[in-house]
Write a protein that binds this ligand. Sequence first.
Ligand SMILES: Cc1cc2nc3c(=O)[nH]c(=O)nc-3n(C[C@H](O)[C@H](O)[C@H](O)COP(=O)(O)OP(=O)(O)OC[C@H]3O[C@@H](n4cnc5c(N)ncnc54)[C@H](O)[C@@H]3O)c2cc1C
Length: 321
Amino acid sequence: MNDIQYPKGAIKCLDKGFIRLVDSMGSDDAIVQAARVSYGKGTTKVSRDKGLIRYLLRHRHSTPFEMVELKFHAKMPIFVARQWVRHRTANINEYSLRYSEAQRDFYIPEKKDIHFQSQFNKQGRDGREVPPELKEKVINYFNEISEKTFAIYNELNEAGIARELARGILPVNLYTEWYWKNDLHNIFHFLRLRMDEHAQYEIRVFAEAMASFVKKVVPIAYEAFEDYSINGMYFSKLERDLIKTRLPDRIFDDLKDEVIYRIVASLNENKNRNEIELYSLYQENGGIDCKDDFNIKWKAGNIETDNVFEMREFLQKLTIL
Ligand SMILES: Cc1cc2nc3c(=O)[nH]c(=O)nc-3n(C[C@H](O)[C@H](O)[C@H](O)COP(=O)(O)OP(=O)(O)OC[C@H]3O[C@@H](n4cnc5c(N)ncnc54)[C@H](O)[C@@H]3O)c2cc1C
């Protein structure tokens, strides 16, 4: 345990770090408001707003997301800050080691986070268990180098050496602190890269904590971000060609059929139709089952509903494939 004082509302990250939301400008409403300048007014029903936000994110229409801004206060090891600072669109103000003396806050990894170098990923760790005595050694070295360099740093400070030079002796596991402000579009970009399993564990911890704040400020946009960006998938030409040539036509036909039924069920949910209208609706949307088959499937129930626009776009993609 350490006796670090965490600011109110902060989420603790790693052994001595934290992140907290200082301020925010705008919410889901600000995205909709900005988008409507380009798309025209229309209804302001929540479901429509949600559909619009999801449409914008799905189609990478990014500028409305730049209307929302969030400002964070974070404390992280310097080696994490070095990765974080690569996201160039943010506004940053960092604790100055030219002006102020360094605090004795060093990152010491927990035993569970000590792993061997991955044999497959040059940038990562792997799952092989590190023997306890080697873990102990790692922690001892982290502690030893931190204590030793901090003692030298203090000695140089006391001798009157300029702080801007004396800090050069300190290692990159020293904690630094900053205010970091960015717009939602670029925060999503940051989160997508830094919450990914390929990102280093130590920055992932901060990205995940940041995400929990973002989710509260823009719940609808965050859900869309999760659906399309985090959990969505992009296919290259090679991958698309393989899918196209290797998957039998009946798979595509089944998928199209499922989507058409979902479109009809969703349209029916929005505006209740009688039985005759339903079959026409099914045909208008490209359904090819005969009326009897349609009725059997329809009456069996449990057809899931979804966003009609999105389902139609998916149908188009399946057709292009
Ligand atoms: C897993 C992982 C491993 C990495 N490994 C390395 C590594 O080994 N070495 C290394 O050096 N970096 C590495 N990086 C950092 C990486 O290359 C990027 O610098 C970092 O992720 C920031 O991405 P970005 O430039 O898209 O973001 P930002 O700087 O936030 O920019 C966001 C977007 O704005 C636009 N933009 C911003 N500035 C400019 C500009 N000046 N000109 C034109 N467009 C601009 C770009 O479209 C950019 O995508 C790694 C990142 C990750 C996630």
